[in-house]
Write a protein that binds this ligand. Structure first.
Ligand SMILES: Nc1cc(CSc2ncc[nH]2)c2nc(N)[nH]c(=O)c2c1
Length: 377
């Protein structure tokens, strides 16, 4: 295969029952089976996990954050280290988000102009500026296999005129990213579809970005507090307009039900901080649903966290021990709950891929929801 672009998407099959698709993304750092869940490593580490543990659970690609690494330790230091793969000793694939979302969710005093975004560092209050050109320079220095274009994720709710102007600017920013893309053969730049909860703006954004011919497309501006049915409606009007021979990435999603529903609607890639974040306060995802292992009811429960799970945590430790560690604020407790939650979602996606192979993803969804305590959608 003559590789002209940094990544190529290989469609394997479409589920006859659901329309979901099975695929592979070929990257310079290995092959990613899709649909895939991507663990989030915001500051060049998936919190409390080692690269070896992530490989043990067969994680193929992780996320990192332009915003955080720009602020600390600085992208020039990472460039000097030989790039993010070398710096964090991760030789599989990496995707970096472009920072727009984090500026809005983390920093104070920010001002959007056509040029870019002025904001203050959430760490020390320094006045900083991100633009398409600056973001591309940072992502070029970090060296991920997939990099996201600089976009504005409109807040929810937001009125039509605001979302229209924001979406149109995001498209102009995407063009500026393409123009300043230094290494298209090593790094794939994904455009990010915006448009809030407005079907016509979503369609306009998808059309404008696909005419710019990116190697992959993200669906942004969702999972921002809207009801789930609205997220699914926006997916249904956006995904069909994206090219079928390129990956589709739904940003910031998510919970087990949303991963399955997103796959059914044609999404290939997902990411979410949920599994690592809730693990740190002792909330776990199990085959029977959410289990808050720090609760008193588990004090004398010497069974495994999830009787149906074969991960390192569930094979070796009890709910009582996990509860004790979390209550005692022992770091090992966070590691064990994080390992399980990531293993749960990465394994859920391999079950989703098997269900697509067997043309039965809708049946799998019903079985999963019933057992996970989510009757209905
Ligand atoms: N919900 C949501 C989540 C994220 C963060 S995805 C992420 N970055 C780092 C980890 N995970 C988004 N990022 C961008 N750039 N645009 C979006 O519209 C958007 C929407």
């Amino acid at each position: 295969m003559i590789v002209t672009a940094a990544i190529t998407y290989e469609h394997i099959k479409t589920c006859k029952q659901s329309g979901a698709r099975l695929g592979r993304i070929h990257t310079p750092h290995g092959i990613i089976e899709t649909p895939v869940f991507m663990p989030v490593g915001t500051q060049a580490t998936v919190k409390t996990m080692s690269p070896e543990e992530l490989k043990e659970m067969d994680a193929r690609i992780i996320l990192s954050n332009t915003y955080h690494l720009f602020l600390r330790p600085g992208h020039e230091l990472v460039r000097e280290a030989g790039g993010l793969h070398k710096f964090m000793n991760w030789d599989r694939a990496i995707l970096t988000d472009s920072g727009g979302f984090q500026v809005f969710s983390l920093s104070e005093m920010r001002k959007i102009t056509e040029e870019g975004v002025h904001f203050r560092s959430h760490l020390n209050g320094d006045k900083l500026f991100l633009s398409p050109e600056v973001v591309m320079e940072i992502e070029n220095a970090l060296g991920p296999d997939i990099m996201m274009a600089f976009d504005e994720c409109a807040p929810y709710p937001a009125d039509y005129d605001y979302v229209k102007k924001s979406m149109e600017r995001t498209t102009r920013w995407a063009e500026r990213c393409l123009k300043s893309h230094a290494r298209p053969h090593d790094q794939a730049l994904f455009g990010i579809v915006q448009g809030g909860m407005y079907e016509d703006l979503r369609k306009q954004s998808a059309k404008d970005l696909t005419s710019l011919d990116f190697p992959g497309y993200a669906i942004g501006g969702l999972s921002v507090g809207e009801p789930k049915h609205l997220m699914y409606e926006m997916l249904e009007c956006t995904v069909p307009l994206l090219p079928s021979d390129k990956p589709r990435y739904l940003m910031g999603v998510g919970s087990p039900d949303a991963l399955i529903e997103g796959a059914i609607r044609g999404v290939d890639m997902f990411d979410c901080v949920l599994p690592t974040r809730i693990a740190r306060n002792g909330t776990t995802m199990t085959s029977q649903g959410r289990l808050v292992v720090r609760n008193a009811q588990y004090a004398n429960d010497f069974g495994p966290l999830d009787p149906e799970c074969d991960c390192y945590t569930c094979r070796n430790y009890s709910r009582a021990y996990l509860r004790h560690l979390i209550k005692a604020d022992e770091t090992f407790g966070l590691r064990l709950t994080t390992y399980h939650n990531l293993h749960f979602l990465v394994t859920l996606m391999s079950k989703v891929r098997q269900a697509i192979m067997d043309d039965r993803l809708l049946d799998f969804r019903d079985e999963f929801f019933e057992q996970y305590g989510l009757i209905g959608n």
